[in-house]
Write a protein that binds this ligand. Structure first.
Ligand SMILES: NC(=O)c1ccc[n+]([C@@H]2O[C@H](COP(=O)([O-])OP(=O)(O)OC[C@H]3O[C@@H](n4cnc5c(N)ncnc54)[C@H](OP(=O)(O)O)[C@@H]3O)[C@@H](O)[C@H]2O)c1
Length: 255
């Protein structure tokens, strides 16, 4: 089997996506790095690891962005590993969500990732192998109130990826989702801040309450998440496919 040499990473300018990109570069992969603003992250990774990083700026929801990502990857010799990631959708009670909210989130969370998968898989077929991973969420298994878009559309993508694993497995392509529980990124810090303000309490109190539901008594780190993701995206993963794996510290969920 050929060693992975090119990883395509979407949602890679910050948070977990950035750390997965960084870890793949540390392992010697060149990158096609997508986000709406990927340039600074790409420069950081180039300086740190000396690998080639091509940026494709734009939303994963846009067909022309898919086309540019696939063309950049083809020009670099074809994709070995694909990470599907993006930001979280709006947080709103189910009864307040409009059809436009659903449509917009569907384009970013289901249509865009699957369009990119269709564009990249032929490059993997040409290599005779490939690894695909999506960043999902523990709430696919245990939906929380207030985040219907995330609960529903991530579940749709995870089941589409399970189908891809069944259909593409015979051709050497392994497909998985890695679902974070509470991983400490700027986004999580923003959430804690918002919860603290809404509940008229402190960020520390919100944090401690969350930690009580995590048997490991600590948040996950983007670096630790990235090591798991890079393993699933590399040839070191020779048999795990069709799974949604939780990176959650054995999180105790409400349901
Ligand atoms: N952190 C957690 O504990 C946690 C838990 C469960 C689920 N999640 C989910 O896991 C994913 C990553 O979380 P995170 O904390 O790493 O988030 P983050 O720090 O907000 O990073 C999101 C990344 O996606 C990019 N992005 C946003 N919209 C995009 C789009 N339409 N097309 C392409 N790239 C886009 C952002 O960069 P630009 O702004 O430059 O586009 C950024 O690089 C999110 O979907 C989040 O909802 C996170």
């Amino acid at each position: 089997m050929t060693q992975s040499k090119l990883a395509v990473i979407t949602g890679g300018s910050s948070g977990m996506g950035f750390h997965v990109a960084r870890e793949m570069a540390r392992r010697g992969n060149d990158l096609v790095l997508n986000a709406r603003t990927p340039d600074a992250a790409a420069e950081t990774i180039r300086n740190e690891f000396g690998v080639r990083v091509e940026c494709v700026a734009g939303s994963i929801a846009e067909p022309e962005v898919t086309a540019r990502i696939a063309a950049a990857a083809e020009a670099m010799g074809g994709t070995a590993a694909l990470l599907l990631n993006h930001g979280g959708p709006p947080v709103k009670p189910l009864m307040e969500l409009t059809e436009a909210d659903w449509q917009e989130a569907f384009e970013m969370m289901v249509q865009g990732p699957l369009r990119l998968l269709r564009a990249i898989v032929p490059q993997m077929l040409a290599r005779g192998e490939g690894r695909i991973l999506a960043i999902s969420s523990f709430t696919v298994k245990s939906p929380y109130g207030g985040i219907a878009l995330s609960n529903s559309l991530r579940a749709a993508l995870v089941n589409a990826l399970k189908t891809a694993a069944l259909e593409l497995g015979p051709k050497g392509i392994l497909v998985n989702a890695l679902a974070p529980g509470y991983v400490e990124t700027d986004r999580t810090k923003g959430w804690n801040d918002a919860y603290a303000r809404a509940g008229n309490t402190t960020i520390e109190a919100v944090r401690n309450q969350t930690l009580e539901s995590i048997p490991l008594r600590r948040y996950g780190t983007p670096e630790g998440f990235a090591r798991m993701a890079a393993l699933l995206l590399s040839a070191d993963n020779d048999y795990v496919s069709g799974q949604q794996i939780l990176y959650d510290g054995a999180l105790i969920t409400a349901n």
